[in-house]
Design a protein around this ligand. Structure first.
Ligand code: MV4
Length: 502
């Protein structure tokens, strides 16, 4: 293997180009008209235009990408995450062109994409699955019967779904028939496949996932877990490794279950088994057949470069470690930096990046895909980059992240940096008491537009009143304070500075 086409953009394309360069592989980027001059285009050894900005006309064009791969004479294609990463037809098209797809086989992608099939395979492999059925429901009557036996609340899920699409919680028998019919219609509309099944609903689980690496010689190892409980509408915001809750025994049991899962589908490359954890028990949820956004926290605690190993395994190399040789050091946290405004319901923001200061110092890593002068639009995912820290303990990692976030400067586009600063100071997060409901339970961290607007108005009114009061006092204040003039009381300027930059 000498050269790799990276069928992606942004921070993950940059990350893959870096891995290619360290391995002495030629990197070939592709880009859309909106990404001319983007960091991944400038960094790659070569770059080819795919088409107009919309993904459907650029990064999702399998035919164009295969054509470019042939024209550029690459040996392999790395799909990154998102876009075409988990589309079996893309993996097939790459293989049909005589090239290496950096990832598992199309059969594995297909098997894991079908959630009931994945559950059947996992059950057969001895991996604990969430209580529920492993075949699609035939009708509303069966839904009612199964849910009744299982006990409410239950969760209806689309077999073709995943990532939270097409799910419906049902609290009791009154709602089940209607919910089933609606779920089937929704699944039909969203995925062109109305198959729906039912699981017992877990009401306050934690999201803990195991990182895997497999090679083409039948070796599979796990690289421990990541906890990704801090999420909003299935969008992860903060991830960490290890999980604050797992003891060594549970970690080993989850790791072994994940390895059995991978072996059951002859897994090759990097993959992740997602589990839900509640009250000391864990259950298989889904398997992601790609590199994930949050892979750096695992890299930092294991010292293993996951993207390099994706490429080395794809080139036929064998993994060099036994499970016992994989050890964990310290604690890592990742904050996703997105162009979204948390004070306005995470409204995506656009603009030109006018100023960017990346934090440095010990234990800080930035995986980014942006540069000063770059334009942030609405065509793609709002992820601008990831700030990742590593420290000996979780407490130190939280402090280090808070420090790094303080150094972070991003001007020209709204971002969620201030939100992350609030999370790092929030007592329940600091205590490691997490669940997938964490953000629902902490609305103060994602203050709505109105409350933010209200508090701004209130402080402005108070400051104005105080100013007025002083104007009528014996010594009229000199606003701004200079030249020894009387100044406003300190609380007025405190109110003012609390308003600055809003
Ligand atoms: C669940 C669940 C509770 N009980 N299944 C969401 C995405 C999809 N991968 C599966 N998901 C869930 N499945 C049962 N039986 C709660 C979720 C869930 C969730 C899971 C992981 C991370 C974030 C989540 C947010 C909401 C719901």
């Amino acid at each position: 293997m000498h050269s790799v086409l990276i069928a992606n953009r942004g921070e993950i394309a940059v990350r893959i180009i870096r891995a290619c360069r360290e391995l002495g592989l030629r990197s070939v980027a592709v880009y859309s008209e909106a990404d001319r001059g983007a960091p991944h285009v400038l960094m790659a050894d070569e770059a080819y235009l795919l088409g107009p900005a919309p993904s459907a006309e650029s990064y999702l064009r399998m035919d164009r990408i295969v054509e470019v791969a042939k024209r550029a004479g690459v040996d392999a294609v790395h799909p990154g995450y998102g876009f075409l990463a988990e589309r079996a037809p893309f993996a097939r098209a790459i293989r049909a062109a005589g090239l290496t797809f950096v990832g598992p086989t199309p059969e594995t992608i297909d098997a894991m994409g079908d959630k009931t099939e994945a559950r059947r395979r996992m059950e057969a492999a001895g991996v604990p699955i969430v209580p529920g059925i492993t075949e699609a429901l035939v009708d509303a009557r069966e839904a009612e019967q199964v849910a009744g036996e299982m006990g409410y609340p239950v969760l209806l899920k689309a077999s073709a779904g995943g990532g939270g699409k097409g799910m419906r919680v049902v609290e009791g028998p009154d709602g089940i028939r209607r919910a089933f019919e609606a779920a089937v219609r929704e699944a039909e509309a969203a995925f062109g496949d109305g198959a729906v099944y039912v699981e017992k609903y877990l009401d306050r689980p934690r999201h803990i996932e195991i990182q895997l690496l497999g090679d083409s010689h039948g070796n599979v190892v796990h690289l421990g877990e990541r906890e990704c409980s801090i999420q909003r509408r299935h969008q992860k915001l903060v991830e960490e490794a290890p999980s604050p809750i797992l003891d060594a025994g549970t970690r080993a049991a989850m790791g072994e279950a994940a390895v059995r899962a991978a072996q059951a589908v002859d897994y090759e490359g990097a993959g992740t088994v997602e589990f839900l954890w509640q009250d000391g028990a864990f259950y298989f949820l889904e398997m992601n057949t790609r590199i994930q956004v949050e892979h750096p926290v695992t890299e930092l605690i294991t010292g293993i470069d996951l993207v390099q190993w994706q490429l080395r395994v794809a080139a036929g190399e064998a993994l060099p470690w036994s499970q016992e040789e994989i050890t964990f050091r310290g604690h890592a946290i990742e904050c996703r930096i997105t162009s979204e405004n948390p004070d306005e319901g995470f409204l995506p923001s656009t603009g030109r990046i006018r100023h960017l200061e990346i934090p440095g110092g010990p234990g800080v890593r930035w995986d980014g895909g942006i540069a000063s002068g770059g334009e942030v639009g609405l065509h793609y995912d709002p992820l601008l980059g990831k700030l990742i820290v590593h420290a000996p303990t979780r407490t130190e990692a939280v402090r280090r992240m808070a420090r790094a976030l303080e150094e972070f400067v991003l001007e020209g586009v709204e971002s969620c940096v201030a939100f992350h600063r609030r999370v790092m100071a929030e007592p329940q997060f600091i205590a490691g008491d997490l669940s997938i409901r964490y953000l629902e339970e902490h609305p103060e961290l994602t203050r709505g537009e109105d409350s933010a607007e209200d508090s701004r108005r209130v402080t402005a009114v108070i400051a104005a009143l105080l100013e007025e009061e002083h104007r009528h006092s014996l010594r009229p204040p000199r606003i701004g304070g200079g030249n020894g003039g009387a100044v406003l009381p300190p609380w007025v300027s405190a109110f003012r500075s609390s308003n600055r930059g809003r």
